[in-house]
Write a protein that binds this ligand. Sequence first.
Ligand SMILES: [Zn+2]
Length: 568
Amino acid sequence: MFPTARYEALNELGIETVGELLDSSIKDFLKISGVGPKNLGNFLAHTFDYIFIINKPEFGLPSVIQDIPAPSAESALDIHTKLLLSPWFSDKTLKAGFKLLQGDRLRNVLFYRNCAGGQFYLKKFHYSVLTFDDAPQISQRFKISHAECELCDRNQRTHEYCRHSAAVAIRFLDHLVREEWKKMPLPMLYPDTIWYLIGRFLFDLHGHGRPAGINVRRHKGMWHLTVEDENKKPWFSWIFTPWLMRQAVALFGNKFEYHEGLEVDDAERDHLGDFFVRITSLARTSTEVELNELCERSIAQERDESIWLWLAGKFCMTIPAENLHVERSGEDGLFYIAADDSVTGSEVLNLTLPRDKTPDFLASLAVRGIGEKPLPPAKAFCKIYFDEDESSLIVSPRLRLNDGTVLIREEMEAERYNRCYYLEGEGFLPVEEQKRDVVFFDNPCSTTRVDSNDVPAFLEQHRLALHAKGNDVDPALFKFDIQDAPDRIELNAFQADEDWCYLSGRYGLGKMTISLEQLMAARNNGLEYLPGKKKWLKLTDSQLEWFHNLGAERICYDSDGRSRGIRL
Ligand SMILES: [Zn+2]
């Protein structure tokens, strides 16, 4: 579990367990080459730091699963693993490979597409890499189509691969992804996991560039990676082991800054870099090989070699899918994906989803059994009606659910995620929108009020939409009629004194009566039409326009404040 130099140093003293370490005397440590009285304190502090990280539950820290947990010395190789790998390894080699794992010789593991490999330490670093392929014709359903080992043989052509390859094969058959009926190597299952979806999702958001606001810091012996948005609000956080931090620095050190001390082993780091180059090169498609010769790269290469896909691969190896849950923030209504540590229950991963991408992403998770499945789609329609004083027309986009319930879209704006709505406790409600040629407005989510002056033009312009199936239209609108003159003019008084005439009476329009005072006031208020239930009276551009334009100041009142009529 220690970095190379420390491991070597303790090995020199024959210390193999924590107990032996505690029993050792200070004088013993001074025997280690490179450790003197001056740096002894530092050496011990760092050594115990590692022990505390590995034994953290007692200290209340998150116990993030190690990338490569070594099987205990007493454990035996799983019989199924042994049978599955028998076409490529003898029993003896498998046993030797398992022993390498138990002895903690496998320092780092990486996988990329169908390639998986391990970095070993035996006096110096070396890697061993395997390529897995589908093999539906054999009971394994997979085959090892290529194996190479830096230590044993670059290309092993026989079906008796080396023990390092065996250790890698065992390690990649023993993982956290639950299989339905049979063990399969992790790289072959990975594309079907939610982790892979999360990796692609992160890459789609950020590409292969260096995201702004990516921050790594050390906290209580673990490393915390956070990414902040433009408002400095963290939307992504992950807690991981110093072990993975060293891997991250070796592969993507240029992608983020870390300020606090990390003990980096240069030899390990450089070798990890070479190891990554090798597996990413082995798993290229033939088109990519040609592209790379022309110094170009495929988009898939940019994506699969990005820090995001590496991260997702590490989640896959360290967090069981059942620890993952989808939650909605009560504060801003945004959804996030969180994962808890198996032992302490504390949160080790938190990813806030951008609002507009939430429904699609959660639907893809739901397919894999995480979170709620989307509800059956609701049908969009519009209710069109006159408001209470009949002066303006209301166009109200609504949703009709499967059970007949009707919801007003404007009232659900806070629950809208792109084109879906979230119904508390039920899930996402997708919307079957109306066809583009029958919609009233481009934005089908908010209620629109059409001013009475614009109603005739509006009705003329949206004839198709008015008659579209599903819309709930006030029947009066279908018989809508605009008249130049009223049906009746009822005069009840006409008098003249000096130079003026006074007229009093009312208009009749359908079943409605309109006083002349109402008429004058309407023009003063800028109305071009006097709205009625079915019949509208045109106030301008008609023979009576001069009359309608007289204005409210022509209304005469008697001493009691009652209208005496219009002064002509
Ligand atoms: Zn080997």
